[in-house]
Write a protein that binds this ligand. Structure first.
Ligand SMILES: [Zn+2]
Length: 463
């Protein structure tokens, strides 16, 4: 039975989907105003593991992730400058909607590239905010009709005091729910936690749409409520995000969705990933201070080295990132790949009774315990009672969840000339002619390849 830790109840619970056999899943996606750093990407790896685990449990998965390309102000509480506006200034583009979309698509593409490199499976829908303005307006109309709103100069505001148990997700006192001591931009707000559904009177904002409340643009929170209900229905199973989403963004999503559809609970299970932090103790959210996937690639890492590192830490624990920890993950992942490549060259089969499949399933089903799941994989590879064939079968099976590309793994294409030297060297080794063997190894190395001796045979890789 799959168990997931639900932020709503602060407990691990058995996962029971609303509709038997199908899991509906929504994840808050990126705001595409800048490159996503590895802390952001850890979240999509976590969501990918969740998706793969649901599939591994033979569930059908309906999965949506949004792309925020409008309306996300620099703070999560409707304050500060719009992130997209900030981006076109930085890119020195003219203040037009074309510029905004250009920036949005550029960083969306870069995000999707990183996701592919990390073996993150595509959801059924990447939903862009700018393509769902009508859905947002319709949802806001419902909320207004149900009596949860009032108007101020800023726009149409959600009255959080009308909400049933507004603080149930964050479990904070209402007075602690305001967004800290940031500048109050809307003195007409009735409660500090109230937030804008639709923002008007912002002539400098480039992207604006007509609405029953005047020309303007949506508040950030409404897009997730509108797009999730459009694709997943009024109620669905799982909603994910980062720990920073709990007190404002997700709390507001719940308040407005339950106000609109009147159904409780709107979402059954809330899963939140804790941050990746740098060794210095904090994750800098400001632009350019944290590594991106392409920066790691430039330093010679495979993006999947980073995926392996993420699998070693449970998603509800902070991941302390350093290049040393990445190096050590890379070493282990390299060793894993070499073992898999070696197994691929063998055909021996030894069936023995084992419980690995059960152990693996139990690990991932225990709130996605990926580090334990990895240890089951390593136990398989070390088990002398299993043949190569059985080891490979299990590794491929487990990799459906882990996503480490083990099945696709191939030796680098090795030129004939190098292969011939390697064969000569192998012959020298069987004749215990070590000086020749060493000489031939150096020759291979000088041509840009390295040779690794295995129990039987050898592996050649490009350096
Ligand atoms: Zn969201």
């Amino acid at each position: 039975m799959l168990k997931l830790y639900n932020t709503l109840t602060r407990k691990k619970e058995n996962f029971k989907p609303i509709k038997a056999g199908t899991a509906s899943l929504y994840g808050c996606g990126p705001t595409v105003y800048w490159y996503q750093h590895i802390g952001n990407m850890r979240r999509y790896i976590f969501e990918d593991i969740l998706r793969r685990t649901l599939l591994f449990n033979n569930l059908k998965v309906k999965h949506v992730i949004n792309i925020t390309d409008v309306g996300h102000l620099t703070s999560d509480a409707d304050e500060g400058e719009d992130k997209m506006m900030k981006a076109i200034k930085r890119e020195k583009l003219p203040p037009t909607s074309e510029s905004l979309l250009k920036v949005a698509r550029k960083y969306e593409d870069s995000f999707l590239d990183d996701a592919r490199k990390l073996n993150i499976q595509s959801p059924d829908k990447w939903a862009r905010a700018t393509e769902h303005i009508k859905d947002m307006i319709n949802l806001i109309k419902k909320i207004e009709k149900n009596g949860y709103t009032y108007k101020t100069k800023v726009g149409l505001i959600f009255d959080t005091s009308k909400s049933k148990d507004y603080t149930k997700l964050a479990k904070l006192k209402l007075e602690d729910m305001k967004a800290g001591s940031r500048v109050e931009v809307d003195p007409e707000r009735k409660n500090p936690s109230d937030f804008a559904l639709w923002i008007t009177n912002q002539p400098k904002h480039i992207m604006q749409w007509d609405s029953p409340w005047g020309r303007g643009f949506p508040g950030w929170h409404i897009e997730c409520s509108a797009m999730s209900s459009k694709y997943l229905g009024d109620q669905f199973d799982i909603h994910t995000g980062g720990e920073e989403h709990i007190p404002i963004h997700h709390t507001n999503e719940i308040a407005q969705s339950e106000a609109a559809c009147g159904k409780h609970p709107w979402v059954k299970y809330w899963l939140h990933m804790r941050w990746l932090v740098l060794k210095e103790g904090k994750m800098s959210k400001s632009e350019g201070k944290v590594f991106t996937i392409s920066e790691l690639e430039k330093k010679g890492y495979d993006p999947l080295d980073f995926r392996y590192l993420c699998l070693l830490t449970h998603y509800r624990k902070r991941l302390l990132f350093s290049l040393e920890s990445l190096d050590s993950a890379k070493k282990t992942y390299d060793r894993l790949k070499n073992i898999i490549l070696e197994l691929k060259t063998k055909k021996d089969s030894k069936k023995s009774k084992n419980t690995y499949e059960k152990d693996f399933l139990e690990s991932v089903n225990d709130d996605l315990n990926t580090s334990k799941a990895l240890s089951v994989l390593w136990a398989v590879l070390r088990d002398s009672k299993l043949g190569s064939k059985e080891k490979l079968e299990l590794a491929y099976e487990f990799d459906k969840v882990l996503g480490l590309s083990l099945k696709e793994l191939k030796e680098d294409k090795i030129p004939k000339e190098i292969k011939e030297i390697a064969e000569k060297r192998q012959k020298a080794r069987t004749e215990k002619d070590w000086p020749t063997s060493d000489k031939l190894r150096d020759e291979i190395s000088s041509k840009g390849y390295e040779i690794k001796d295995l129990k039987e045979g050898y592996l050649i890789n490009k350096k």
